[in-house]
Ligand binder design. Structure first.
Ligand code: NAD
Length: 490
């Protein structure tokens, strides 16, 4: 693609078969990245295993000391420059991200826009005054200050790779840490190499950022590495449980941002056309491969039949295809394994009594936008995260029942309530157990500056983003200062 060749931040020749440790270095093995939209190889990158992780951690530890001692305004300047560089090359980066992830171009552009804001926010962090002067005994100055943790291990998924990696990488570096990043092996450019290119060009000192595409073995080595005091993980609940257990054994701080089964409650006074459009976006954007995707649509019974009819009509008319070749609303599912999971959940739910109102079919990795009605608790479509373009319609009779159904899940990431009465929607929203709540909107939203995260199987708290970041990537140190050593009784 010409646009890529023209841009230094999207030129595969730079990283062909390589890993990043501050420079592009040779790797002991390689990974072929397949473009989901075509099924053809897109590029090849280096593949890291446990020994590359160990070497990266050693280098990162050595580099971190100097970085933590660097003047805050110099650290800030790196992120200001990085934001400008990414802005300059936004079109090329977005195009390659779209191809690697199988997303539509608008989604790639959205990721790049958000990444620029993440870098701008990171630039502001070093110049932010933190810490406190504490009350103490006379003659003693008592301070609480926040210090970087050291080397942060970041493990990220395939679906929104740039944002989900950078939302940890940028603030962690900004407050004085080093980072070893392990992106998903299916999306190493979007989840890592584009960040390496931009930060290296912005003058980030060598050794502070390592990008090591690899599988679970590399991720596990990072979690177990003695020189890594914190892991920031975004991914599935199953992997998050394993990482949480392992981090616990090694007494590490761990941030877990996991899956969701998010409910959108539509009350009987809602504007139906707007509700249908919101549901379609929440359930189908990026083929439903979003942790905040609208996984359950709870509809008040009086409007359920008409809303289902209109949603099915919309689903049948949404264009599906290779995003690189035309204007489509939905692209491919990331790979065959994920596609099979979507099919299995839909088939099992239909066997249990759910009704296919639209879709339920696929051509290759392209799964049609699907509407299932008559979904009930106990069915896989109600209980499990589908991570595919499936809108599951669950009718309810009264507000209390909607609250019960919405909370009848181990997940707690996002929820939405749509109603002409904001008061009624708020009264329901107050009782939903989620980290994110949207009144008169669907469930997919993130503005970078908001605290983000979920409860229960969705993770261990709203621990990423905005006001949460300083707390997340530092530890408190209590410091006291006296004029002279006091005399003790013995
Ligand atoms: P995944 O858990 O399979 O993989 C995520 C990352 O973890 C990858 O880099 C993978 O290589 C690595 N990994 C997997 N097993 C590991 C192990 N045992 N030890 C160390 N590393 C390991 O998830 P996925 O399928 O790529 O992503 C989809 C999931 O991520 C969905 O469940 C989605 O809801 C969730 N997600 C959550 C958020 C959030 O912010 N809460 C955002 C996006 C995606």
């Amino acid at each position: 693609m010409d646009i890529q060749a023209a841009s230094p931040v999207a030129d595969a020749a730079t990283w062909q078969g390589k890993l990043f440790d501050g420079q592009w270095i040779a790797a002991p093995a390689t990974l072929e990245v397949i473009e989901p939209g075509t099924g053809k190889p897109l590029h090849t990158v280096g593949k890291a295993g446990p020994s590359e992780v160990t070497a990266a951690v050693t280098r990162a530890r050595a580099a971190q000391r100097g970085w933590a001692a660097t003047a805050p305004r110099e650290r800030a300047a790196v992120f200001h420059r990085a934001a400008a560089i990414l802005q300059e090359h936004a079109a090329a980066a977005a195009a390659l991200i779209a191809r690697e992830t199988g997303g539509i171009l608008a989604k790639g552009e959205h990721e790049v826009r958000e990444a620029i804001v993440l870098l701008q926010r990171a630039a502001a962090m070093p110049l932010h005054a933190t810490g406190q002067v504490l009350p103490s005994v006379p003659g003693r100055l008592s301070l609480a200050r926040q210090l970087p943790l050291g080397v942060i291990g970041v493990i990220s998924p395939f679906n929104f790779p740039l944002v989900l990696s950078l939302r940890s990488v940028a603030p962690a570096l900004a407050v004085g840490n080093a980072v070893v990043l392990k992106p998903d092996p299916r999306t190493p450019y979007a989840g890592g190499f584009v960040i390496a290119e931009v930060l290296a060009a912005a003058g980030l000192p060598e050794g502070l950022l390592h990008v090591l595409p690899g599988g679970a073995d590399a991720g596990q080595a990072l979690v177990e590495a003695p020189g890594v005091p914190m892991i920031a993980f975004t991914g599935s609940t199953a992997a998050g449980r394993r990482i949480g257990e392992l981090a616990g054994r090694h007494l590490k701080k761990v941030s877990l941002e996991l899956g969701g089964k998010n409910a959108l409650i539509v009350l009987d006074d809602a504007d139906l056309d707007k509700a249908v459009s919101a549901i379609a976006f929440g359930a189908y954007f990026h083929q439903g491969q979003i942790c905040m995707a609208t996984g359950r649509v709870l509809v008040q019974r009086g409007i359920a039949a008409e809303l289902t009819r209109r949603l099915a009509e919309k689903a049948r008319h949404l264009p599906v295809g290779d995003p690189a070749t035309g204007q489509v609303a939905l692209g491919p599912i990331i790979d065959q394994r994920q596609l099979q999971n979507v099919k299995d959940i839909v088939d099992a739910s239909v066997a249990a009594g759910a009704v296919v109102e639209a879709g339920g079919t696929h051509e290759g990795l392209f799964y049609a936008p699907t509407v299932l009605s008559n979904v009930r608790p106990g069915m896989r479509a109600f209980e499990e995260e589908v991570f595919g373009p499936v809108a599951n319609i669950i009718p309810f009779d009264h507000d209390e029942e909607a609250i019960e159904l919405a909370n009848a899940t181990e997940y707690g990431l996002s929820a939405g309530v749509i109603s002409a009465s904001v008061g009624r929607a708020m009264a329901i929203g107050e009782r939903l157990h989620t980290g994110l709540l949207h009144i008169n909107d669907q469930t997919v939203a993130d503005e970078v500056v908001n605290p983000f995260g979920g409860t229960g199987a969705s993770g261990n708290g709203t621990s990423v983003g905005g006001p949460a970041d300083w707390e997340q990537y530092t530890h408190w140190q209590w410091v006291t200062v006296k004029d002279a050593v006091p005399q003790y009784p013995f």
